[in-house]
Design a protein around this ligand. Sequence first.
Ligand code: GLA
Length: 356
Amino acid sequence: MTASLTHRAYGTMPDGTPVQEFTLTQPGIEVKLLNYGGILTSIAVPDRDGNMRNVTLGFDTLEDYIAKSPYFGCITGRYANRIANGKFTLDGIEYTLAINNGPNALHGGIVGLDKRVWAAETDEANCAVRLTYLSPDGEEGYPGSVALTVTYTVSPGALRIDYTATTDKRTVINLTNHAYFNLAGNGAGSIENHHIMLNADRYTPIIDGGAIPTGELAPVAGTPFDFRTSKRIGADIRSSHPQMVYGRGYDHNWVLNREDDTSLVLAAQLHDPTSGRVMEVTTTEPGIQLYTGNFLDATRVGSSGGMYRQGDGLCLETQHFPDSPNQPHFPSTVLNPGDEYRSTTVFSFSVDQESA
Ligand code: GLA
């Protein structure tokens, strides 16, 4: 299998704008993505016997992505995760954002970056697709006209996502990808038997079911949040720990162990003992949200051909901490004119033993 990059017409937006699907292939991996929301529609990787299978949840049509997607595979922003009451203050000006999650702003608002058509450029030499979008001043309430690029690069066994942003006015920014993974395969059932390691001694507890952080960086030791040594996801998922009740399972931000602000560090390792597939997530970000698909409620038929139920996929959203614009002691998400926001996350796939 050699590297290749192809594309096809995927569908048409209600206003007639065409949407493309790009297929990036390298040894041991085939990635498909749209220029609508930067959505990863498929990531196919081999199991320990070499059988390729898509390990992300999704839909088969643009219409389904537009109508009912719970953020499958998309770029989320301008601010991934939540901002309390959809309000924050910069330089004495209070900004009010689009509210779309109880009283709070979630994943960039009602029409966030996940619902925009991005311009796409292909780079065959690097097996990469570069998406660009100019988010106008005031979009979803966010200040500044922000120029965004998201580059998906596929190399043997790995998908790398590089994000950049510049602004003409002081603003906040926090970008991630919201892919749902199931290493046994899309539609293979629950992820409870996957094992996960999270490289974090602390996490950010939430106030209540609204999932806004209390501001505390709490130790994971002795709690269901301790994944410092790889543990079965289902081991504590029915715990009566109040944080688990608030999240309906895992839907929290972990504070990654890192020595500096910029290098790529191992954030998570996910392992499915049945198929042997292993995924490692490395990132330049300070945090990662583990979300165990708690709101998948058997109301959507997906690209697996079947319904998605609670826990049928999990997200590993590399990010700055939720509600950072209102939590001065969290790492800053402020972007100044003249500066460039940069973020990188790599998803690397392997198997737990050599195939026979
Ligand atoms: C994020 C949030 C969850 C949920 C999903 C989308 O991961 O943290 O609470 O909103 O997105 O369903």
